[in-house]
Design a protein around this ligand. Sequence first.
Ligand code: PSU
Ligand code: MN
Length: 308
Amino acid sequence: MENPLDISHEISVALSRNQPVVALESSVIAHGLPAPANVETALEMERIIRDCGAVPATIGVIDGRIRVGLTKEEIERLGEGKAPKLAVRDIPYAVAKKLDGGLTVSSTARIAASAGIVVMATGGIGGVHRGAAETFDISADLWELARTPIIVVCSGVKAVLDIPATVEWLETHGVPIYGYETSELPAFYSRSSGILVPKLEGSNEVADLAKTAPGAIGARCALVIAVPIPEANQVPAAAHIEKAVQEAESNRVKGKELTPFLLKRVGELTGGKSTEANIALLKNNAQVAAEIAVALFDDRDRRIGFMV
Ligand code: PSU
Ligand code: MN
């Protein structure tokens, strides 16, 4: 069968020269943010990464081709919001049926790692949904983090989820999670969750840890780097989240529709403030991810062991 993976020329060259590359997911474009902010944010994240000296690799599926390095036109096409949301298990169907698709953290991590990319950025990872003891709704992101060696830069777990349960899941499955310049796990729209995590001080410390992880523990899983939202962009959203979760339950919203529903509803209930916060943290995470990628590849002659 024909290989469905297309890596853009610029990214292939960068990877072959050991230059820093940062992968970006596309579900946030197709389902996570409203238009036109979705496309604007995706392009802005790419610009921020370039300004730091790294190459952005936004990953999506277009006409059944898995594209590492979407063009502006392809980002705009996914931004229309018609493309389905693709977790890892949805990729074969999308490829076979020649569909478009926005990729979640799980599928982005898998594809990025298989292309040789070692750092990716997102807003917040998926996790254990509130009420999961009954619904069993746990994001496929978590299993992928447990088996894919990649550095995932995020603002912690999306606040619409059950954060303590997600942290327990990561502990059980041996996925390390670190605070970026903080010893408290950030909670997406706010900087504090009350949960303590080991602290890493800056991009060089992250890079040093990533280089030693394979030797120290034979890491074959992701390293999650949790970056707090910038102070000024925090929004108090707890009451609105509660309301959105209740609405989802009474309207029987479930499966892959649930996360986009909750993000959209919290956006409406906060008068757009949570969407602004989401955009601010996405851009900040792109910046930190690029700095980490640059720090990792400062020694261009040496391939880092963590990744291969
Ligand atoms: N971060 C954001 N907005 C998003 C997401 C992450 O700031 O929309 C997406 C990611 O693609 C993540 C997905 O993988 O939400 C989780 O969806 P689910 O809970 O259905 O696994
Ligand atoms: Mn789910």
